[in-house]
Write a protein that binds this ligand. Structure first.
Ligand SMILES: [Zn+2]
Length: 614
Protein backbone atom coordinates (compact mmCIF):
# COMPACT_ATOMS: atom_id res chain seq x y z
CA UNK A 1 0.00 0.00 0.00
CA UNK A 2 2.63 2.40 1.10
CA UNK A 3 4.55 1.76 -2.00
CA UNK A 4 1.49 2.31 -4.19
CA UNK A 5 0.72 5.57 -2.41
CA UNK A 6 4.21 6.81 -3.05
CA UNK A 7 3.83 5.90 -6.68
CA UNK A 8 0.56 7.84 -6.86
CA UNK A 9 2.17 10.85 -5.22
CA UNK A 10 4.99 10.58 -7.66
CA UNK A 11 2.50 10.43 -10.52
CA UNK A 12 0.65 13.48 -9.27
CA UNK A 13 3.96 15.39 -8.93
CA UNK A 14 4.89 14.37 -12.42
CA UNK A 15 1.52 15.46 -13.84
CA UNK A 16 1.74 18.73 -12.00
CA UNK A 17 5.20 19.35 -13.45
CA UNK A 18 3.86 18.63 -16.92
CA UNK A 19 0.97 21.02 -16.31
CA UNK A 20 3.47 23.61 -15.15
CA UNK A 21 5.39 23.21 -18.38
CA UNK A 22 2.22 23.56 -20.47
CA UNK A 23 1.25 26.69 -18.53
CA UNK A 24 4.70 28.18 -18.99
CA UNK A 25 4.71 27.50 -22.73
CA UNK A 26 1.20 28.98 -22.93
CA UNK A 27 2.27 32.11 -21.04
CA UNK A 28 5.34 32.45 -23.28
CA UNK A 29 3.13 32.24 -26.36
CA UNK A 30 0.75 34.84 -24.91
CA UNK A 31 3.75 37.12 -24.33
CA UNK A 32 4.98 36.62 -27.90
CA UNK A 33 1.51 37.44 -29.19
CA UNK A 34 1.18 40.51 -26.97
CA UNK A 35 4.54 41.78 -28.11
CA UNK A 36 3.62 41.08 -31.72
CA UNK A 37 0.36 42.94 -31.34
CA UNK A 38 1.56 45.85 -29.32
CA UNK A 39 4.83 46.71 -30.93
CA UNK A 40 8.32 46.36 -29.58
CA UNK A 41 9.43 49.86 -28.76
CA UNK A 42 12.75 50.87 -30.16
CA UNK A 43 14.97 53.82 -29.52
CA UNK A 44 16.77 55.55 -32.35
CA UNK A 45 20.17 53.90 -32.55
CA UNK A 46 23.44 55.80 -32.61
CA UNK A 47 25.74 54.54 -35.34
CA UNK A 48 29.21 53.52 -34.13
CA UNK A 49 30.74 54.74 -37.36
CA UNK A 50 29.56 57.75 -39.38
CA UNK A 51 30.16 58.67 -42.99
CA UNK A 52 32.75 61.42 -43.35
CA UNK A 53 32.87 64.44 -45.64
CA UNK A 54 35.79 65.26 -47.95
CA UNK A 55 37.05 67.81 -45.44
CA UNK A 56 37.48 65.10 -42.79
CA UNK A 57 40.31 63.36 -44.65
CA UNK A 58 43.98 64.33 -44.83
CA UNK A 59 45.44 65.11 -48.26
CA UNK A 60 46.52 62.30 -50.58
CA UNK A 61 50.21 61.40 -50.68
CA UNK A 62 52.47 62.57 -53.43
CA UNK A 63 52.72 60.02 -56.21
CA UNK A 64 55.19 57.27 -55.31
CA UNK A 65 57.66 55.47 -57.55
CA UNK A 66 56.48 51.91 -58.24
CA UNK A 67 58.07 49.44 -55.86
CA UNK A 68 56.71 46.35 -57.62
CA UNK A 69 56.80 45.30 -61.27
CA UNK A 70 54.34 42.77 -62.68
CA UNK A 71 55.76 40.99 -65.75
CA UNK A 72 52.94 39.21 -67.58
CA UNK A 73 52.39 37.31 -70.75
CA UNK A 74 49.77 38.16 -73.35
CA UNK A 75 48.03 34.77 -73.16
CA UNK A 76 44.80 33.55 -71.56
CA UNK A 77 46.62 32.56 -68.39
CA UNK A 78 48.80 35.67 -68.40
CA UNK A 79 45.70 37.85 -68.59
CA UNK A 80 44.08 36.00 -65.70
CA UNK A 81 47.25 36.38 -63.69
CA UNK A 82 47.33 40.07 -64.52
CA UNK A 83 43.68 40.49 -63.48
CA UNK A 84 44.07 38.83 -60.09
CA UNK A 85 47.43 40.39 -59.23
CA UNK A 86 46.54 43.92 -60.35
CA UNK A 87 43.48 43.81 -58.06
CA UNK A 88 45.61 42.49 -55.18
CA UNK A 89 48.32 45.14 -55.59
CA UNK A 90 45.82 47.98 -56.10
CA UNK A 91 43.86 47.04 -53.01
CA UNK A 92 46.99 46.47 -50.91
CA UNK A 93 47.82 50.06 -52.01
CA UNK A 94 51.20 49.02 -53.36
CA UNK A 95 52.62 51.37 -55.99
CA UNK A 96 53.29 49.11 -58.97
CA UNK A 97 53.95 49.03 -62.71
CA UNK A 98 53.56 46.32 -65.33
CA UNK A 99 55.44 45.16 -68.39
CA UNK A 100 54.61 42.64 -71.10
CA UNK A 101 57.02 39.70 -71.13
CA UNK A 102 57.96 40.48 -74.76
CA UNK A 103 59.34 43.83 -73.61
CA UNK A 104 61.27 42.43 -70.64
CA UNK A 105 64.57 43.53 -72.17
CA UNK A 106 63.72 47.17 -71.52
CA UNK A 107 63.21 46.64 -67.77
CA UNK A 108 65.60 48.34 -65.35
CA UNK A 109 65.44 45.83 -62.52
CA UNK A 110 67.10 48.09 -59.98
CA UNK A 111 64.11 50.43 -60.15
CA UNK A 112 62.05 47.84 -58.26
CA UNK A 113 62.12 46.09 -54.89
CA UNK A 114 59.74 43.35 -55.94
CA UNK A 115 58.95 41.55 -59.19
CA UNK A 116 55.95 39.30 -59.83
CA UNK A 117 56.25 37.00 -62.84
CA UNK A 118 53.05 35.77 -64.55
CA UNK A 119 54.56 33.97 -67.54
CA UNK A 120 54.05 30.47 -68.99
CA UNK A 121 56.72 30.51 -71.64
CA UNK A 122 59.92 31.39 -69.86
CA UNK A 123 61.66 31.88 -73.25
CA UNK A 124 59.75 35.17 -73.51
CA UNK A 125 61.99 36.58 -70.77
CA UNK A 126 65.04 34.54 -71.75
CA UNK A 127 67.26 37.58 -72.32
CA UNK A 128 66.45 38.94 -68.89
CA UNK A 129 66.71 35.72 -66.95
CA UNK A 130 70.34 35.97 -65.83
CA UNK A 131 69.76 39.58 -64.76
CA UNK A 132 66.73 38.46 -62.70
CA UNK A 133 68.88 35.79 -61.01
CA UNK A 134 71.53 38.38 -60.10
CA UNK A 135 68.99 40.97 -59.01
CA UNK A 136 67.34 38.41 -56.68
CA UNK A 137 70.61 37.17 -55.17
CA UNK A 138 71.48 40.79 -54.47
CA UNK A 139 68.41 41.50 -52.37
CA UNK A 140 65.53 41.50 -54.88
CA UNK A 141 62.20 39.91 -53.98
CA UNK A 142 60.83 37.66 -56.67
CA UNK A 143 57.40 36.02 -56.80
CA UNK A 144 56.29 33.47 -59.36
CA UNK A 145 52.52 33.88 -59.68
CA UNK A 146 51.80 30.50 -61.29
CA UNK A 147 53.73 27.45 -62.53
CA UNK A 148 55.17 27.90 -66.03
CA UNK A 149 55.63 25.25 -68.75
CA UNK A 150 58.33 22.88 -67.63
CA UNK A 151 60.86 23.37 -70.43
CA UNK A 152 64.66 23.58 -70.41
CA UNK A 153 64.72 27.25 -69.53
CA UNK A 154 62.47 26.76 -66.56
CA UNK A 155 64.78 23.99 -65.38
CA UNK A 156 67.57 26.57 -65.27
CA UNK A 157 65.47 28.37 -62.65
CA UNK A 158 64.98 25.32 -60.40
CA UNK A 159 67.75 26.13 -57.98
CA UNK A 160 66.77 29.80 -57.63
CA UNK A 161 63.19 28.72 -56.89
CA UNK A 162 64.26 25.99 -54.48
CA UNK A 163 62.98 23.17 -56.69
CA UNK A 164 64.82 19.83 -56.45
CA UNK A 165 62.72 18.05 -59.03
CA UNK A 166 59.46 18.30 -61.01
CA UNK A 167 57.39 15.18 -61.71
CA UNK A 168 56.08 14.12 -65.12
CA UNK A 169 52.44 14.75 -64.25
CA UNK A 170 50.51 17.66 -62.85
CA UNK A 171 48.87 17.57 -59.46
CA UNK A 172 45.07 17.46 -59.33
CA UNK A 173 44.51 19.64 -56.27
CA UNK A 174 41.18 19.00 -54.53
CA UNK A 175 42.02 20.40 -51.13
CA UNK A 176 44.47 22.90 -49.71
CA UNK A 177 46.05 22.87 -46.28
CA UNK A 178 47.78 25.99 -44.96
CA UNK A 179 50.68 26.21 -42.55
CA UNK A 180 49.77 27.30 -39.03
CA UNK A 181 49.61 31.05 -38.67
CA UNK A 182 50.00 31.80 -42.38
CA UNK A 183 46.37 32.77 -42.90
CA UNK A 184 43.85 33.83 -40.33
CA UNK A 185 41.22 31.14 -39.71
CA UNK A 186 42.99 28.53 -41.82
CA UNK A 187 44.87 26.51 -39.24
CA UNK A 188 43.85 22.89 -38.68
CA UNK A 189 41.39 23.01 -41.55
CA UNK A 190 41.48 21.72 -45.11
CA UNK A 191 39.84 23.85 -47.76
CA UNK A 192 38.10 22.13 -50.67
CA UNK A 193 38.63 23.42 -54.22
CA UNK A 194 35.35 23.82 -56.11
CA UNK A 195 36.51 23.18 -59.69
CA UNK A 196 39.72 21.19 -59.38
CA UNK A 197 41.91 20.44 -62.40
CA UNK A 198 45.54 19.46 -62.93
CA UNK A 199 46.61 22.84 -61.71
CA UNK A 200 49.95 22.41 -60.00
CA UNK A 201 53.43 21.03 -60.54
CA UNK A 202 54.35 17.89 -58.64
CA UNK A 203 57.51 19.24 -57.12
CA UNK A 204 59.99 18.21 -54.50
CA UNK A 205 61.82 21.07 -52.84
CA UNK A 206 65.39 21.69 -51.79
CA UNK A 207 66.16 22.04 -48.11
CA UNK A 208 65.61 25.47 -46.67
CA UNK A 209 62.28 26.14 -48.36
CA UNK A 210 59.40 27.12 -46.08
CA UNK A 211 56.09 25.65 -47.24
CA UNK A 212 52.98 27.71 -46.49
CA UNK A 213 50.36 25.77 -48.43
CA UNK A 214 50.18 22.27 -49.81
CA UNK A 215 47.78 19.98 -51.57
CA UNK A 216 45.88 17.99 -48.95
CA UNK A 217 45.24 15.03 -51.29
CA UNK A 218 47.49 12.00 -51.74
CA UNK A 219 50.40 13.81 -53.37
CA UNK A 220 50.82 16.60 -50.84
CA UNK A 221 52.44 18.86 -53.43
CA UNK A 222 53.78 22.18 -52.10
CA UNK A 223 51.53 24.99 -53.39
CA UNK A 224 53.13 28.07 -51.84
CA UNK A 225 56.68 28.26 -50.55
CA UNK A 226 59.44 30.76 -49.93
CA UNK A 227 63.21 30.57 -49.79
CA UNK A 228 66.07 32.91 -49.22
CA UNK A 229 68.28 33.37 -52.27
CA UNK A 230 71.48 35.26 -51.48
CA UNK A 231 70.24 38.37 -49.75
CA UNK A 232 66.96 38.22 -51.67
CA UNK A 233 63.74 36.26 -51.28
CA UNK A 234 61.77 34.02 -53.60
CA UNK A 235 58.09 33.12 -53.24
CA UNK A 236 56.53 30.55 -55.54
CA UNK A 237 52.76 30.13 -56.02
CA UNK A 238 52.20 26.69 -57.53
CA UNK A 239 48.47 27.16 -57.42
CA UNK A 240 47.03 27.82 -60.89
CA UNK A 241 43.70 29.31 -59.73
CA UNK A 242 42.89 32.91 -60.56
CA UNK A 243 39.27 33.56 -59.60
CA UNK A 244 38.28 36.39 -57.33
CA UNK A 245 38.02 34.08 -54.32
CA UNK A 246 41.79 33.41 -54.46
CA UNK A 247 42.86 37.05 -54.11
CA UNK A 248 43.35 36.75 -50.37
CA UNK A 249 45.74 33.83 -50.89
CA UNK A 250 47.86 35.79 -53.39
CA UNK A 251 47.85 38.76 -51.03
CA UNK A 252 49.16 36.50 -48.27
CA UNK A 253 51.82 35.03 -50.59
CA UNK A 254 52.95 38.51 -51.65
CA UNK A 255 53.24 39.54 -48.01
CA UNK A 256 55.94 36.85 -47.54
CA UNK A 257 58.41 38.70 -49.77
CA UNK A 258 59.71 41.35 -47.37
CA UNK A 259 60.71 41.23 -43.70
CA UNK A 260 57.42 42.98 -42.97
CA UNK A 261 54.44 43.91 -45.13
CA UNK A 262 51.39 45.99 -44.40
CA UNK A 263 48.10 46.58 -46.24
CA UNK A 264 44.92 48.55 -45.47
CA UNK A 265 41.83 46.57 -44.46
CA UNK A 266 38.17 47.33 -43.81
CA UNK A 267 37.80 45.62 -40.43
CA UNK A 268 34.08 44.94 -40.55
CA UNK A 269 31.57 42.13 -40.20
CA UNK A 270 28.07 42.66 -41.55
CA UNK A 271 25.10 40.29 -41.75
CA UNK A 272 22.28 41.28 -44.10
CA UNK A 273 18.80 39.79 -44.05
CA UNK A 274 17.21 40.06 -47.46
CA UNK A 275 13.46 40.47 -47.89
CA UNK A 276 13.14 41.29 -44.23
CA UNK A 277 10.74 42.45 -43.11
CA UNK A 278 8.43 41.52 -45.96
CA UNK A 279 4.99 39.87 -46.23
CA UNK A 280 5.21 36.31 -44.91
CA UNK A 281 4.19 33.61 -47.40
CA UNK A 282 0.78 32.17 -46.49
CA UNK A 283 0.14 28.48 -45.90
CA UNK A 284 2.35 25.51 -45.22
CA UNK A 285 5.64 24.05 -46.34
CA UNK A 286 5.66 20.25 -46.23
CA UNK A 287 9.11 20.09 -44.68
CA UNK A 288 8.45 22.74 -42.05
CA UNK A 289 5.11 21.22 -41.11
CA UNK A 290 6.73 17.79 -40.77
CA UNK A 291 9.57 19.14 -38.61
CA UNK A 292 7.75 21.77 -36.56
CA UNK A 293 3.96 21.28 -37.01
CA UNK A 294 3.57 24.95 -37.85
CA UNK A 295 2.58 27.02 -40.83
CA UNK A 296 5.21 29.23 -42.43
CA UNK A 297 4.11 32.40 -40.63
CA UNK A 298 4.45 30.84 -37.17
CA UNK A 299 7.71 29.16 -38.13
CA UNK A 300 9.20 32.50 -39.18
CA UNK A 301 8.29 34.13 -35.89
CA UNK A 302 8.78 31.33 -33.42
CA UNK A 303 11.69 29.37 -34.88
CA UNK A 304 13.60 31.07 -37.67
CA UNK A 305 13.70 34.59 -36.24
CA UNK A 306 14.24 33.38 -32.68
CA UNK A 307 17.29 31.38 -33.79
CA UNK A 308 18.71 34.11 -36.02
CA UNK A 309 18.05 36.77 -33.37
CA UNK A 310 19.72 34.76 -30.61
CA UNK A 311 22.71 34.05 -32.82
CA UNK A 312 23.05 37.79 -33.37
CA UNK A 313 22.84 38.45 -29.65
CA UNK A 314 25.51 35.82 -28.93
CA UNK A 315 28.14 37.47 -31.15
CA UNK A 316 27.04 41.11 -31.06
CA UNK A 317 25.83 40.98 -34.67
CA UNK A 318 23.53 43.87 -35.56
CA UNK A 319 21.55 42.77 -38.60
CA UNK A 320 20.71 44.92 -41.58
CA UNK A 321 17.22 44.06 -42.89
CA UNK A 322 16.14 44.98 -46.40
CA UNK A 323 12.47 45.82 -46.69
CA UNK A 324 9.99 44.64 -49.33
CA UNK A 325 6.54 46.24 -49.12
CA UNK A 326 4.66 43.62 -51.11
CA UNK A 327 5.21 40.82 -53.64
CA UNK A 328 3.06 41.82 -56.63
CA UNK A 329 4.48 42.25 -60.12
CA UNK A 330 2.88 45.66 -60.44
CA UNK A 331 5.13 48.09 -62.27
CA UNK A 332 2.76 50.95 -63.07
CA UNK A 333 1.97 53.80 -60.68
CA UNK A 334 0.03 54.47 -58.52
CA UNK A 335 1.13 51.94 -55.93
CA UNK A 336 -1.18 50.96 -53.14
CA UNK A 337 -0.02 51.14 -49.54
CA UNK A 338 0.38 47.82 -47.70
CA UNK A 339 -1.89 48.29 -44.67
CA UNK A 340 -0.85 45.13 -42.85
CA UNK A 341 2.08 46.54 -40.88
CA UNK A 342 1.93 44.35 -37.77
CA UNK A 343 4.81 42.07 -38.70
CA UNK A 344 6.91 44.96 -40.00
CA UNK A 345 6.58 46.60 -36.61
CA UNK A 346 7.36 43.42 -34.72
CA UNK A 347 10.41 42.27 -36.70
CA UNK A 348 11.60 45.76 -37.60
CA UNK A 349 11.51 47.07 -34.04
CA UNK A 350 13.28 44.01 -32.66
CA UNK A 351 15.96 44.33 -35.31
CA UNK A 352 16.41 48.05 -34.65
CA UNK A 353 16.36 47.49 -30.92
CA UNK A 354 19.39 45.17 -31.17
CA UNK A 355 21.27 48.02 -32.84
CA UNK A 356 20.47 46.88 -36.37
CA UNK A 357 19.49 48.85 -39.42
CA UNK A 358 16.83 48.83 -42.12
CA UNK A 359 17.53 49.47 -45.79
CA UNK A 360 15.59 49.31 -49.06
CA UNK A 361 15.08 46.25 -51.22
CA UNK A 362 12.00 47.30 -53.22
CA UNK A 363 8.33 48.14 -53.28
CA UNK A 364 8.13 44.65 -54.75
CA UNK A 365 10.84 42.30 -55.98
CA UNK A 366 11.11 43.77 -59.52
CA UNK A 367 14.71 44.95 -60.15
CA UNK A 368 15.17 48.62 -61.09
CA UNK A 369 15.30 48.00 -64.86
CA UNK A 370 13.56 49.73 -67.76
CA UNK A 371 12.41 48.13 -71.04
CA UNK A 372 15.93 48.27 -72.53
CA UNK A 373 17.38 45.92 -69.90
CA UNK A 374 18.13 42.33 -70.90
CA UNK A 375 17.38 39.82 -68.14
CA UNK A 376 19.23 37.24 -70.31
CA UNK A 377 16.29 34.85 -69.99
CA UNK A 378 17.19 34.27 -66.35
CA UNK A 379 14.21 35.75 -64.56
CA UNK A 380 10.96 34.71 -66.24
CA UNK A 381 8.70 36.26 -63.65
CA UNK A 382 10.36 39.68 -63.68
CA UNK A 383 8.82 42.64 -65.47
CA UNK A 384 10.46 45.83 -66.67
CA UNK A 385 9.26 49.15 -65.32
CA UNK A 386 7.55 50.85 -68.28
CA UNK A 387 8.85 54.34 -67.43
CA UNK A 388 11.42 56.01 -65.23
CA UNK A 389 8.57 57.74 -63.38
CA UNK A 390 6.92 54.40 -62.53
CA UNK A 391 10.21 53.01 -61.27
CA UNK A 392 10.75 56.09 -59.13
CA UNK A 393 7.18 56.03 -57.82
CA UNK A 394 7.65 52.41 -56.73
CA UNK A 395 10.69 53.20 -54.59
CA UNK A 396 9.08 56.42 -53.35
CA UNK A 397 6.13 54.36 -52.10
CA UNK A 398 8.55 52.06 -50.22
CA UNK A 399 10.23 55.13 -48.74
CA UNK A 400 6.88 56.54 -47.55
CA UNK A 401 5.79 53.18 -46.19
CA UNK A 402 9.01 52.68 -44.21
CA UNK A 403 9.03 56.27 -42.94
CA UNK A 404 5.46 55.91 -41.70
CA UNK A 405 6.35 52.83 -39.64
CA UNK A 406 9.86 53.87 -38.56
CA UNK A 407 9.76 57.68 -38.53
CA UNK A 408 13.12 58.10 -36.82
CA UNK A 409 15.12 55.92 -39.21
CA UNK A 410 17.22 56.97 -42.17
CA UNK A 411 17.22 54.39 -44.96
CA UNK A 412 20.70 54.59 -46.45
CA UNK A 413 21.46 51.14 -47.86
CA UNK A 414 20.00 49.61 -51.01
CA UNK A 415 20.17 45.93 -51.96
CA UNK A 416 19.04 45.20 -55.54
CA UNK A 417 16.46 42.38 -55.90
CA UNK A 418 18.20 39.28 -57.27
CA UNK A 419 21.36 41.45 -57.43
CA UNK A 420 20.13 42.95 -60.70
CA UNK A 421 20.48 46.70 -61.16
CA UNK A 422 20.44 48.66 -64.41
CA UNK A 423 22.48 51.78 -65.07
CA UNK A 424 19.26 53.82 -65.10
CA UNK A 425 18.17 52.32 -61.79
CA UNK A 426 21.50 53.14 -60.21
CA UNK A 427 21.36 56.70 -61.54
CA UNK A 428 17.84 57.05 -60.14
CA UNK A 429 19.13 56.18 -56.66
CA UNK A 430 21.78 58.89 -56.98
CA UNK A 431 19.49 61.57 -58.38
CA UNK A 432 16.19 60.99 -56.61
CA UNK A 433 17.05 59.17 -53.38
CA UNK A 434 20.15 60.97 -52.10
CA UNK A 435 19.75 59.47 -48.62
CA UNK A 436 20.89 56.14 -50.12
CA UNK A 437 24.65 56.18 -49.75
CA UNK A 438 25.55 52.52 -50.25
CA UNK A 439 24.61 49.67 -52.56
CA UNK A 440 25.16 46.16 -51.26
CA UNK A 441 25.08 43.79 -54.23
CA UNK A 442 27.57 40.95 -54.85
CA UNK A 443 31.35 40.54 -54.77
CA UNK A 444 31.44 37.38 -56.89
CA UNK A 445 30.19 37.74 -60.49
CA UNK A 446 26.97 35.86 -61.31
CA UNK A 447 23.79 35.74 -63.41
CA UNK A 448 23.29 39.27 -64.79
CA UNK A 449 24.43 40.48 -61.37
CA UNK A 450 25.64 43.93 -60.39
CA UNK A 451 29.17 42.95 -59.35
CA UNK A 452 31.14 45.18 -56.99
CA UNK A 453 34.46 45.85 -55.33
CA UNK A 454 34.74 47.36 -51.86
CA UNK A 455 35.15 50.97 -52.96
CA UNK A 456 33.67 54.43 -53.32
CA UNK A 457 32.60 55.02 -56.92
CA UNK A 458 33.51 58.25 -58.64
CA UNK A 459 29.93 59.48 -58.34
CA UNK A 460 30.14 59.04 -54.56
CA UNK A 461 28.05 55.87 -54.18
CA UNK A 462 29.71 53.48 -51.73
CA UNK A 463 29.93 49.92 -53.00
CA UNK A 464 29.66 47.39 -50.17
CA UNK A 465 29.34 43.95 -51.76
CA UNK A 466 28.02 40.90 -49.96
CA UNK A 467 30.64 38.16 -50.13
CA UNK A 468 28.87 34.94 -49.12
CA UNK A 469 25.26 33.96 -48.57
CA UNK A 470 22.76 31.47 -47.26
CA UNK A 471 23.03 28.44 -45.03
CA UNK A 472 24.67 25.76 -47.20
CA UNK A 473 28.12 27.32 -46.70
CA UNK A 474 30.13 24.54 -48.33
CA UNK A 475 33.74 24.46 -49.61
CA UNK A 476 33.42 27.40 -51.96
CA UNK A 477 31.93 29.76 -49.39
CA UNK A 478 34.39 28.66 -46.72
CA UNK A 479 37.45 29.30 -48.88
CA UNK A 480 36.07 32.63 -50.10
CA UNK A 481 35.18 33.80 -46.60
CA UNK A 482 38.63 32.85 -45.28
CA UNK A 483 40.39 34.56 -48.20
CA UNK A 484 38.40 37.78 -47.73
CA UNK A 485 39.00 37.75 -43.99
CA UNK A 486 42.71 37.82 -44.82
CA UNK A 487 42.57 40.21 -47.77
CA UNK A 488 40.12 42.86 -46.46
CA UNK A 489 39.57 41.65 -42.88
CA UNK A 490 35.92 41.58 -43.80
CA UNK A 491 32.88 39.36 -43.39
CA UNK A 492 29.77 40.13 -45.41
CA UNK A 493 27.03 37.52 -45.31
CA UNK A 494 23.41 37.64 -46.35
CA UNK A 495 20.50 35.36 -45.72
CA UNK A 496 16.83 35.16 -46.68
CA UNK A 497 14.04 34.03 -44.38
CA UNK A 498 12.75 31.97 -47.31
CA UNK A 499 16.05 30.10 -47.89
CA UNK A 500 14.43 27.40 -45.79
CA UNK A 501 11.64 27.06 -48.37
CA UNK A 502 14.01 26.68 -51.32
CA UNK A 503 15.65 23.33 -52.10
CA UNK A 504 18.42 25.03 -54.12
CA UNK A 505 19.30 27.15 -51.11
CA UNK A 506 19.48 24.17 -48.79
CA UNK A 507 15.80 23.79 -47.82
CA UNK A 508 15.90 20.00 -47.87
CA UNK A 509 18.66 19.96 -45.27
CA UNK A 510 16.00 21.09 -42.81
CA UNK A 511 16.22 24.21 -40.66
CA UNK A 512 18.10 22.53 -37.83
CA UNK A 513 21.00 21.59 -40.11
CA UNK A 514 20.89 24.92 -41.96
CA UNK A 515 21.09 26.81 -38.70
CA UNK A 516 23.87 24.55 -37.43
CA UNK A 517 25.92 25.45 -40.50
CA UNK A 518 25.38 29.18 -40.02
CA UNK A 519 26.28 28.79 -36.33
CA UNK A 520 29.45 26.89 -37.27
CA UNK A 521 30.34 29.72 -39.63
CA UNK A 522 29.87 32.45 -37.02
CA UNK A 523 31.81 30.39 -34.50
CA UNK A 524 34.68 30.01 -36.99
CA UNK A 525 34.57 33.74 -37.86
CA UNK A 526 34.57 35.09 -34.32
CA UNK A 527 37.16 32.56 -33.16
CA UNK A 528 39.50 33.49 -36.02
CA UNK A 529 38.83 37.22 -35.67
CA UNK A 530 37.43 38.08 -32.24
CA UNK A 531 38.49 41.71 -32.70
CA UNK A 532 36.61 42.26 -35.99
CA UNK A 533 34.08 45.11 -35.71
CA UNK A 534 30.39 44.22 -35.94
CA UNK A 535 28.89 46.79 -38.29
CA UNK A 536 25.50 47.50 -39.86
CA UNK A 537 25.20 48.20 -43.58
CA UNK A 538 25.80 51.95 -43.37
CA UNK A 539 28.59 51.51 -40.83
CA UNK A 540 30.20 49.07 -43.29
CA UNK A 541 29.89 51.82 -45.92
CA UNK A 542 31.64 54.25 -43.55
CA UNK A 543 34.41 51.67 -43.01
CA UNK A 544 34.77 51.18 -46.77
CA UNK A 545 34.91 54.95 -47.26
CA UNK A 546 37.91 55.22 -44.93
CA UNK A 547 39.55 52.08 -46.36
CA UNK A 548 39.13 53.17 -49.96
CA UNK A 549 40.68 56.57 -49.46
CA UNK A 550 43.71 55.39 -47.52
CA UNK A 551 47.16 55.48 -49.13
CA UNK A 552 50.34 54.05 -47.62
CA UNK A 553 53.97 55.00 -47.96
CA UNK A 554 56.12 52.28 -46.42
CA UNK A 555 59.70 52.75 -45.28
CA UNK A 556 61.19 49.52 -43.98
CA UNK A 557 64.58 49.51 -42.28
CA UNK A 558 66.32 46.86 -40.18
CA UNK A 559 64.84 48.27 -37.02
CA UNK A 560 61.47 49.77 -37.94
CA UNK A 561 58.55 50.03 -40.32
CA UNK A 562 57.57 53.64 -40.90
CA UNK A 563 54.12 54.32 -42.37
CA UNK A 564 52.97 57.60 -43.79
CA UNK A 565 49.23 57.52 -44.47
CA UNK A 566 47.42 59.70 -47.00
CA UNK A 567 43.63 60.15 -47.16
CA UNK A 568 43.50 59.40 -43.43
CA UNK A 569 40.07 59.84 -41.80
CA UNK A 570 39.50 59.18 -38.10
CA UNK A 571 41.10 55.73 -37.71
CA UNK A 572 42.77 53.45 -40.22
CA UNK A 573 43.07 49.68 -40.04
CA UNK A 574 45.88 47.71 -41.60
CA UNK A 575 46.99 44.11 -41.62
CA UNK A 576 50.64 43.57 -40.81
CA UNK A 577 52.74 40.49 -41.47
CA UNK A 578 56.14 40.25 -39.85
CA UNK A 579 58.33 37.56 -41.39
CA UNK A 580 61.53 38.53 -39.59
CA UNK A 581 61.49 39.54 -35.94
CA UNK A 582 58.77 40.73 -33.61
CA UNK A 583 57.13 44.12 -33.09
CA UNK A 584 58.43 46.45 -30.37
CA UNK A 585 57.05 49.88 -29.50
CA UNK A 586 54.37 51.33 -31.74
CA UNK A 587 53.80 55.07 -32.03
CA UNK A 588 50.67 56.52 -33.65
CA UNK A 589 48.70 53.32 -33.31
CA UNK A 590 48.34 49.95 -31.64
CA UNK A 591 48.76 46.32 -32.62
CA UNK A 592 46.60 43.28 -31.94
CA UNK A 593 48.20 39.93 -32.58
CA UNK A 594 46.09 37.69 -34.86
CA UNK A 595 48.41 34.73 -35.57
CA UNK A 596 52.12 34.01 -35.04
CA UNK A 597 53.02 36.40 -37.86
CA UNK A 598 49.87 38.47 -38.52
CA UNK A 599 48.82 41.59 -36.64
CA UNK A 600 45.97 44.06 -36.92
CA UNK A 601 47.20 47.64 -36.78
CA UNK A 602 44.89 50.38 -35.59
CA UNK A 603 46.38 53.64 -36.83
CA UNK A 604 45.20 56.60 -34.75
CA UNK A 605 47.41 59.06 -36.56
CA UNK A 606 48.56 59.54 -40.14
CA UNK A 607 52.11 58.65 -39.15
CA UNK A 608 52.83 55.31 -37.51
CA UNK A 609 56.18 53.80 -36.57
CA UNK A 610 56.48 50.16 -35.60
CA UNK A 611 59.75 49.15 -34.01
CA UNK A 612 61.02 45.78 -35.25
CA UNK A 613 63.05 43.60 -32.89
CA UNK A 614 65.22 40.95 -34.48
ZN1 LIG B 1 15.26 39.63 -52.26
Amino acid sequence: MRQRKRKTEHKIGFRFKRMQKVILVFLALVCVLCVAQQNVIYKKQERILELLGDEDFTAPLEEQEPECLLIYEDSAQGQKGYAVMSAVLDQMKVPWASCLAENAETIRLDDYEKIVVAVNQIQLIENKLVDIFDWTENGGQLMLLYPPDNGGLFQSMYHLLGIADVGQNWEYVEKIRFADGFMLGASEKEYGITDPYESSMQVSLERGCKVYAESAGNGGAPLIWSREAGTGTVVVCNLGFFEKEYRGIYCAAYSLLDDAEVWPVINGSTFYIDDFPSPVPAGNSERIFADYHMDIGDFYTQVWWQDVYNLGKKYGIRYTGLVIEEYSDQVEAPFERNKDTRRYEYFGNMLLDMGGELGFHGYNHMPLCLENFDFQGLFDSYRHWPTYEDMRAGLQELNDFCTEIFPEEKFQVYVPPSNVLSEEGRQMLLDDFPQIRAIASVYIPGDAAYEQEFEVSEDGMIETPRVISGYILEDYAQLLAMAELNFHFVNSHFQHPDDVLDVERGGDLGWEEMFRRLSDYTEWLYTAAPSIRNLTGIEMAAAVQQYDRLEVKRTLTDSSLDLELGGFGTTAWLMLRINEGTPGTVTGGQLTRLTESLYLLQADEAHVVIELLK
